[in-house]
Write a protein that binds this ligand. Sequence first.
Ligand code: BG6
Length: 478
Amino acid sequence: MATFPEGFLIGGATADFQCEGGFDVGGRGRLTHDFVTAGSVDQPRQLTLRLADGRPARVGWHDPLPAGARVMIEPGTYYPSHQATDFYHHWREDIDLMADLGFTTYRFSVCWSRLFPTGEELTPNEAGLAFYDQVIDYLVARQIAPIITICHDELPNALAESVSGWASRHTIACYERYALTLIRRYRRRVHHWLTFNEINILGGYAALGTHAQDAQTRYQCVHHMFVASARVIAAARALDPQARFGTMFMMSEMYPATSRPEDVFAAYTTRREQCFFFADVMARGRYPRYAKAFLQAQGVTLRVAPGDLAVLAANPIDFVAFSYYRSGTVTHAAGLVNENPHLATTPWGWPIDPLGLRLCLNALYDRYQKPLIVIENGLGMVDTLAPDGTVHDDYRSDYMAAHLRAILAAVTEDGVPCFGYTMWAPIDLVSLSTGEMKKRYGVVYVAMDDRGQGSLRRVPKASYAWLKRTIATRGAEL
Ligand code: BG6
């Protein structure tokens, strides 16, 4: 019977602003996410603004900001990042639950503005580091290997206001100071690092810190991130030769809607441009051959400084981390859509497709020949606490079982060197795309609603027992 190999990492993944809270404690500065309201599928999340003439306003969180506008916190408005699910005060209890599940790893992100409140400080905020010291020490004591995402779609808001975040090369130096602070401090306890989260789908003020949201701005920001990541990897290798660096890419299998050659070609190029372009640069260390035409077609002219291409070439990532939730379908006329008559979808319209994960694992390994880790995968559902005090979420166990079977097949039959799986997200947290709480992913329920109200009590769901058994048997019962 096939099982996951000895040493295969299995655990959970989270992001700071979706679970940590504690936004006003320990000297933490404002994060871009602190200005993003909650939304829903029909109502995009928004930024609250003070316009240049002093009037308040709101825009969608992925829209451009009017010239001279500044983000603000509006009294009486609910901002999910402020409390989130309060990992800041529940970390010990949450890690105990992860340890009881048998997790061998926990991937989480550090809040940049907790360490560097404005991003500009030359020395870090010790109170912020002290918070992560205790979390990391406790993880290690409970035999859970921490994997750190240095930057998960966020930055100190002051950097967004002063220099337009990643649009400016100045942010590269701020990021290096921040990242190397972490690596120096935790190098003996953390061996896998992710320089960025889902670098291929970043957009909006919260992730990039920019007022403009056009293609020119976006690809210039991403170029600065490529350089920042490579510069950090270069410096970190000298500090800790054992450390391994990756970046996280959002992957989905993309099928042609028909066998019509135009649809097949559209599926190929859409995937290349939305996923592989970014991994090509970071895993191979150079812009790919198709980059020039692809960027030109969008009117993008990158400003590349002397030395940028050399640092990229010398410091490719060691492993490829990716999230996988769903697949998509492409037609040459409509582009990428969710609809696929062969697949069921979640209530949020995401097609459920475990075989697509096996395809992705093979495609990524064929392309890069680097070790892989599935760093996010999970099912967002509305869960109900039953009268017997638990959540009967067999649908979640079924979803994870099918995806774990796909990984097992890729590892044992296809020979893909996938070294781990971290499910999103072990303890319920706030949804990134909608800011809702009712889109739950956890195997542990958190008593909190869409307005942040509730006791925050943690309650293991039925999937908790299933996952615990699956880990204990290394997948033998899958
Ligand atoms: C990934 C992100 O895109 O998907 C996470 O890295 C996010 O931050 C996850 O939470 C699931 O998306 P959502 O919108 O359902 O929370």
